[in-house]
Design a protein around this ligand. Structure first.
Ligand SMILES: [Zn+2]
Length: 507
């Protein structure tokens, strides 16, 4: 029992069970010992073990902690700094390679900002697809230490790419000045060295109770075949989940049509060919998947991490969630970068999961609140190969649990826990959060960190950050008209499908 001196006895909460009454879940007592859920019992059948700490669950909902299946911690300090930017303009302002080396204090602060926001929204597991700048052990250790300190479960992946340039580069105007082209191009990397670094970290830092590994190519179009095959090989040899961005934007789709000619212009067929598509693969976004590509995903057992808020904020269109669900593809939910969703809230993501399809289809679409909750819990766990570890309140699984106050106005009157959790709750009613058997949030306050002291730390690093961000904005300004021209040209290009709402362009 690494965290609790005594067992936890959560008494009398309504306990979420997707196979039970989702509108008025049954009242149960839940016993936690060490890191695990030991029992879930009806009140008349349970007894408080001697020495247990009793947590009063009456009037509350006990949920499995949410799994944020797609996120990047590197730009958490950019929350609220950007808006109304198409994907590639945003990328120029947010990608860590454009900001160079950051201080250890800043690395720690930015990791904590995102992690704290996760915990306060009932997220107990996050998949952080991180780009390390510079790619060294000190940067990695600083980030992982922050997760360890705050107590959030992390599935960490080091995003690798060896090809320079924004996704939209092939569509930029030919008359672009050389200095602008150089700014957009970035620099290429050595795939052999990057793969060796990732594998060295897997060996140096074995998984712990709350820290897990995944593997990530940033995106197939940003990597050589050698790098992608290397990532697939690492995933196979270390039995790790694999996650990569796929078809997030129309530019990526148009580029796929150009560079994957042998695979009929299909990024999915290309991934299949290089061994990146299997039951441990989850693609992030998948907005521009074609119907037959969805069928391939389903056949291979690969899943999708849906990021509805960032897809909208970056003007990438609407993902085919109804079709993915119908095909039987595992669906997880992510909140994505803080610079393009501005909030690590599964409540926002779940609500949008249900509502977006209504913008494309006037009929009932069969995407209900319970489906959103499933994607935010077990779907995420499955995507990260933690389906036997987290995502459900079942004896033997880790105690990653969230108590939600059902007397909050979001739940008054209480008509349906499932629907009010998705459509009414904002995160305000999240009171207690337990990760790996340890209470990390109590009464809405962190137990692992002094929040006032952290606010001071954060204010200190923001001085230098704001100076550098402003300088980057000045540096980027000359590139924006060219990027917008490329985006505008792409809008008229036929890529075989459309993920924007037809008929609204003129509005
Ligand atoms: Zn992403």
């Amino acid at each position: 029992m690494p965290y609790t001196a005594s067992p936890l006895f959560i008494k009398g909460a309504r306990v979420w069970n997707p196979d039970g009454d989702i509108h008025l879940p049954a009242v149960r007592d839940v016993l936690v010992a060490g890191t695990d859920i030991v029992s879930v019992t009806a009140p008349e059948e349970s007894a408080i073990p001697p020495g247990a700490e009793v947590i009063d669950g009456r009037g509350k909902l006990l949920l499995p902690g949410f799994v944020n299946a797609h996120y990047h911690s590197y730009d958490a300090l950019q929350k609220g700094l950007l808006e109304d930017m198409p994907f590639d303009v945003w990328a120029l302002h947010s990608q860590p390679a454009y900001f160079g080396t950051r201080s250890k204090a800043e690395l720690r602060a930015r990791t904590l900002v995102g992690a704290i926001e996760c915990l306060k929204h009932g997220i107990t597991t996050v998949q952080d697809m991180s780009t390390l700048v510079p790619q060294d052990e000190e940067v990695l250790d600083t980030i992982l230490a922050a997760y360890e300190e705050v107590g959030l479960r992390v599935v960490f992946s080091i995003a690798v790419r060896d090809q320079a340039a924004l996704d939209i580069a092939p569509f930029l105007p030919a008359d672009m000045p050389a200095d602008v082209a150089a700014l957009i191009a970035g620099s290429a990397r050595d795939p052999v060295a990057d793969l060796a670094f990732v594998e060295a970290q897997l060996r140096r830092l074995p998984a712990t109770s709350r820290r897990h590994w995944a593997l990530s190519a940033s995106g197939p179009q940003r990597a050589s075949r050698q790098l992608l095959e290397g990532v697939a090989d690492l995933a196979a040899r270390h039995r790790l989940p694999l996650t990569t961005h796929v078809y997030e934007s129309k530019a990526q789709t148009a580029k796929a049509r150009e560079i994957y000619g042998e695979q009929g212009g299909s990024m999915i067929r290309y991934m299949d060919e290089v061994g990146l598509l299997h039951g441990r693969t989850t693609i992030a976004h998948g907005v521009w998947l074609l119907p037959d590509e969805i069928d391939i995903l389903a056949e291979r057992g690969a899943g999708v991490a849906h990021n509805p808020i960032s897809n909208l904020k970056l003007k990438n269109g609407i993902a085919p969630i109804r079709r993915l669900k119908a095909a039987g593809v595992n669906l997880a939910l992510g909140c994505d970068n803080c610079s393009c969703s501005d909030c690590q809230s599964m409540f926002q993501a779940m609500k949008m999961f249900c509502l977006l399809a209504s913008g494309t289809d006037p009929d009932p679409v069969g995407l209900h609140a319970a489906d959103a909750i499933a994607a935010a819990t077990l779907g995420g766990a499955y995507a990260l190969k933690l389906e036997n570890v987290v995502g459900a309140i079942v004896p033997g699984m880790r105690a990653d649990l969230v108590l939600v106050d059902l007397t909050d106005i979001a739940f008054l009157p209480l008509n349906s826990v499932a629907r009010q959790l998705v459509f009414s709750e904002t995160g305000r009613a999240v009171q207690t959060v337990i990760v790996d058997g340890r209470v990390v949030l109590r009464g809405g306050k962190l137990t692992t960190l002094d929040e006032a002291a952290f606010a001071g730390e954060l204010a200190e690093v923001m001085e230098a950050f704001h100076v550098d961000f402003a300088a980057a904005a000045v540096r980027n300004a000359p590139a924006i008209p060219y990027l917008l021209a490329a985006t505008h040209r792409l809008a008229g290009q036929d890529v075989g499908l459309d993920r924007y709402l037809p008929g609204l362009h003129a509005g």
